[in-house]
Design a protein around this ligand. Sequence first.
Ligand SMILES: [Zn+2]
Length: 266
Amino acid sequence: MHSMMRVVDHGDVQEIELSTPFSRAAGVKISVFLTGDTLVDTGFPRAAPVIARLLDERRVRGSVVTHWHEDHSGNLAVLAARGVPIGLTDATAARLPETTRLPFYRWVFWGHAPAPPRFEPYCLPDELEVVPTPGHSDDHRAIWHPATATIFTGDLVLGVRVTAVLADENPRQSLDSVRRVLALEPVRIFDAHRGLIREPKGLLAAKIAWMEDTIGSIEHLIDQGLDDRPIRNRVLGREDSVGRISFGQTSKLNFVRAVRRTARTR
Ligand SMILES: [Zn+2]
């Protein structure tokens, strides 16, 4: 399937937008970013030829991966085959085998990854720092460039109201992670699916307020003894197209279930 690439020049940061016909039809794109000569994330497996071309055309000293999902870690083999060092955590490495056998809809969008390769570990340059931001996945982290107050947030932000989540997401952790990012006072966010978000503090504050409010409303209805589906319908509404495209893998019901599941540990 034909993957496309579009490079957006942000001056000090190059944004490489990746998409496939299916993802474009669904209005979904994903970007990887070159900051200095560090590549943040690697894109999805179907974009392997595009990433190979990028490595031919640009100097990439190493890559850092925000989290294990296949649209971020999908081209580790392409990098490893060219000897490009890769920075990822043990927690991320432990989940990589799952990207070789994905649920159907994720295969359609992104393709299966080959077996996780052996690779050289990448030591981040001094100007970049890792910020742990679990929640969307347990291994999720952001990459912070203090000199320009710029942060690469992977799938942490996406928007103010993210109502449909994966089954193993933890919205309470995401909320803490968004607070951690706002505390850094970033002036630019590079979001894996939205691209550049300028002056993001207002958006982050709005997201925090919405998440606090939503989690609080769900907790209140749990305390009143309601089941997950009626709580979903009252707080988040019925499933929309995201839930249908993913055959329920990404859903509003998952959000409610996660709040209930994590209630004991709060
Ligand atoms: Zn993800």
